[in-house]
Design a protein around this ligand. Structure first.
Ligand code: IPE
Ligand code: IPE
Ligand code: MG
Length: 242
């Protein structure tokens, strides 16, 4: 029996977040350049997206480029930006066919102009789709997101539109870039690395974590199904007793 058949459709995670890691090591392992690994990771993005649509998972968030990734060699960064534009252009029909709405978090204004334009074009083109909301984290860093949220809350207090006593956990959530997304239920990281790398720090408070020992270009939808199946066997206690 495949993992997909074993999944309980009434207990699906609503939101799956993925740290797509290991492109460079995968390429090096077969004697190729890191950029070949990034190119080969595109197929895995399609697998993750179509896997979510297939299962009926409403929200998928992909960590595609961190604010720290700008410190990589210039050529690699350029190649990644190029790949982003080309992939978005090539996959537009896949988004439409699957009813996927594109969304972004991160400092999009840091990206090259043509990346920004392509993103805006596809966000607009898919804005009425409702099957799956695909959020790409681009030039994203969670600590900076929390800093910005803090500034925004302070500004509201100074302007007199928010009382200090009314600030609670929901206030923080609502001032993060993910304000229109539920917190992730399941977070998957490939490459065997077991860390968060500045991804959704506030939002992952009670997320179930799954670390896969495969590199991102090797990821296929069956890995998603297996992760969801394992997720369903866990007891989410949220601090309470069984
Ligand atoms: C993930 O793969 C893609 C990005 C961070 C853009 P890496 O490029 O981090 O690959 P490894 O982890 O070095 O193998
Ligand atoms: C995290 O991967 C960022 C993305 C997958 C986009 P990194 O490869 O940048 O993280 P570290 O450096 O191993 O923590
Ligand atoms: Mg990495």
């Amino acid at each position: 029996m495949s993992f997909k058949e074993k999944i309980n459709k009434t207990k699906l995670p609503e939101h799956v977040a993925i740290i797509m890691d290991g492109n460079g090591r995968w390429a090096k392992g077969i004697g190729k350049l890191r950029i070949f690994g990034h190119q080969s990771g595109v197929g895995a993005v399609r697998e993750a997206m179509e896997g979510c649509v297939d299962l009926g998972i409403r929200y998928l968030t992909l960590y595609a480029f961190s604010s720290e990734n700008w410190s990589r060699p210039k050529l690699e960064v350029q190649a990644l930006m190029e790949l982003l534009v080309n992939t978005l252009a090539k996959e537009t029909q896949t988004f439409i066919k699957n009813g996927v709405r594109l969304n972004t978090i991160g400092n999009i204004s840091d990206l090259p102009k043509r990346c920004q334009e392509k993103l805006l074009e596809i966000i607009d083109l898919t804005k009425n789709n409702n099957t799956c909301i695909l959020t790409l984290a681009l030039s994203y860093g969670s600590r900076m997101e929390i800093v910005e949220s803090t500034k925004s809350i302070c500004a509201q207090v100074l302007a007199g539109t928010l009382n200090l006593e009314d600030i609670n956990e929901k206030t923080i959530s609502k001032n993060l870039e993910t304000n229109d997304l539920p917190d992730p239920d399941l977070m998957i990281r490939t490459s065997g690395e077991q860390r968060i790398s500045n991804f959704l720090l506030y939002q992952l408070a009670y997320t179930e974590l799954c670390f896969l020992p495969i590199m991102w270009p090797e990821f296929v939808r069956e890995h998603l199904f297996e992760a969801v199946y394992n997720y369903q066997s866990r007891e989410r206690r949220f601090g309470k007793t069984s």
